[in-house]
Design a protein around this ligand. Structure first.
Ligand code: BGC
Length: 381
C-alpha cells in the first residue's frame, strides 16, 4: 500500500470514534440492464443493523436486539433476483400513491386522469412499475456518534404510470443510537398532482425466520374509527367506529384473537386485516404514535410514529406459500404484517377523506419513526 493511502486510512479510523454509528456502501447485485444495485448498511452500537437497497429504496434487512439476542425482523430476499421475480413490496418505498385508487381514476382541477390498473379494476401502490420497482440514486451517506443515515432520490417523469407532474422524491433513512429507524419521505412537483408515499416493510418481531406467527403479537392502535372497504378493498367512504368490532385495538390485543371472525364482512373482504385505521383526520405537525406492536416471547417492541393521519394494518393475507424468501424460507399468511402510515386509501375520490394534492412550491412529507425497544420479562404491558 502506498504511504499516502495508508496515512489516509489511519486518519479515517482515527476520526470516527469507536462507539459511533456506521454507514457503509456495498454492491447488492445488478439489474438485467447491467446497472449496479447499491446497498447501504447502517449500524449502531446498540446492536441494530439496517440494509437499504437503491432498488425500491427498500429495507432488505432490519436486525434488532431481543431478550435472547438479535434477529432480522423483516421479510425479503437474499439476492436481487428475488426482488425482480416476485417483489411483493417487501420493505419497499411505495408511490406515487400508496394503496388503492378506485378504477385507477381521479380528477384534478376538472381534468380526469386514468392510471395504470394493476389490482383488478383498481390502481395499487403506484401502478405496474411504481417506485418500489425503480432504481433510486444514492445521495448523502453519513455517520456520527448519534446516528447514521442515507438519502435516496428518484425523479418520476410527468405522466409516469398516468400521474401528472414531474415528481422529485427523496427517502432519508436514519438509524439512531436510541434504536429509532426513521424514514423521511419528501416530494415536490412542477404541476398539481397527488402523492401518498409510505414504507411497505413486512415485520415479524419474533424474527422473520422464527416460525412464530404474527397472530401471537400484541397490537395497539389509538384509532376510534377505521375506513371499511368493498369487495375490491376500496373504501366505502364511511368512518366506522371500532367499538364492539374486531377492529378495536384501542387496548393491547393479541392479533389472532378475532382475525377469523367470519361474521364480520370486513374481515372476509380482506381475508383478515387489510384496512386503514383513522388516528387523526388530517396530517399533523409532529410524528405521533400510530401503532404499538409487541412480541411477548422475544420482548421486542416496535412503536410506529408518523405525521400522517392513517395507518394500513395488513396481516400478509396474500402470502400463500408461493414465495421463498431469505434463508430459503417459504412465506405464508401470518408470517409478517405491515403497518403503513399514510393518507387514507382512495382519498382523491373520497370527499370526506381530505386531500392528497401536492402543488408546485409545496413539500409533501411523511416522517415515519419505527421505535424499537426490549421489554423486560417481568413488567406489565
Ligand atoms: C395492501 C394489500 C395488498 C398489499 C400488497 C397492502 O398495503 O393493503 O391489500 O395486497 O399491500 O403487498
Amino acid at each position: 500500500m502506498k504511504r499516502a493511502s495508508l496515512l489516509a486510512l489511519v486518519l479515517a479510523a482515527w476520526a470516527v470514534p469507536a462507539d459511533a454509528a456506521t454507514a457503509s456502501r456495498e454492491t447488492f447485485g445488478s439489474l438485467p440492464d447491467g446497472r449496479e444495485v447499491a446497498a447501504i448498511v447502517l449500524t449502531n452500537q446498540a446492536g441494530m443493523k439496517v440494509r437499504i437497497l437503491a432498488y425500491g429504496a427498500l429495507v432488505q434487512e432490519l436486525t434488532v436486539p431481543g431478550r435472547s439476542g438479535p434477529a432480522d425482523v423483516v421479510l425479503g430476499y437474499d439476492g436481487i433476483e428475488g426482488y425482480l421475480a416476485a417483489p411483493n413490496y417487501f420493505g419497499a418505498s411505495v408511490g406515487r400513491y400508496a394503496n388503492r385508487i378506485a378504477g385507477g381514476r381521479f380528477e384534478l382541477d376538472g381534468k380526469a386522469y386514468q392510471l395504470a390498473r394493476n389490482d383488478g379494476p383498481n390502481a395499487l401502490h403506484g401502478g405496474v412499475k411504481g417506485f418500489d420497482k425503480r432504481l433510486w440514486t444514492v445521495g448523502d451517506v453519513s455517520a456520527n456518534a448519534q446516528q447514521a443515515s442515507v438519502t435516496l432520490t428518484y425523479l418520476s417523469p410527468d405522466g409516469e404510470e398516468g400521474y401528472p407532474g414531474t415528481l422529485q422524491v427523496s427517502a432519508t433513512y436514519t438509524l439512531t443510537e436510541s434504536n429509532d429507524l426513521k424514514i423521511d419521505y419528501r416530494a415536490t412537483t412542477d404541476k398539481a398532482t397527488i402523492v401518498n408515499l409510505t414504507n411497505h416493510s413486512y415485520f415479524n418481531l419474533a424474527g422473520a425466520n422464527s416460525g412464530v406467527s404474527i397472530l401471537e403479537s400484541l397490537l395497539k392502535i389509538p384509532a376510534e374509527t377505521f375506513t371499511p372497504v368493498d369487495e375490491t378493498l376500496i373504501p366505502t367512504g364511511e368512518f366506522r367506529s371500532v367499538s364492539g368490532t374486531p377492529f378495536d385495538f384501542l387496548t393491547l390485543r393479541r392479533i389472532g384473537d378475532r382475525i377469523r371472525d367470519g361474521r364480520d364482512a370486513q374481515l372476509r373482504f380482506g381475508r383478515g386485516y387489510d384496512h386503514n385505521w383513522v388516528v387523526s383526520r388530517t396530517v399533523v405537525a409532529e410524528p405521533q404514535v400510530l401503532a404499538y406492536l409487541e412480541d411477548p416471547a422475544s420482548g421486542r417492541v416496535m412503536e410506529v410514529l408518523s405525521n400522517q393521519p392513517g395507518i394500513q394494518f395488513y396481516t400478509g393475507n396474500f402470502l400463500d406459500g408461493t414465495v421463498t424468501g431469505k434463508a430459503g424460507t417459504i412465506y405464508r399468511m401470518g408470517d409478517a404484517l405491515c403497518l403503513e402510515p399514510q393518507i387514507f386509501p382512495d382519498t382523491p375520490n373520497q370527499p370526506e377523506f381530505g386531500s392528497a394534492r401536492l402543488d408546485p412550491g409545496k413539500v409533501y412529507q411523511n416522517s415515519i419513526v419505527y421505535r424499537f425497544s426490549v421489554k423486560p420479562p417481568s413488567s406489565g404491558s
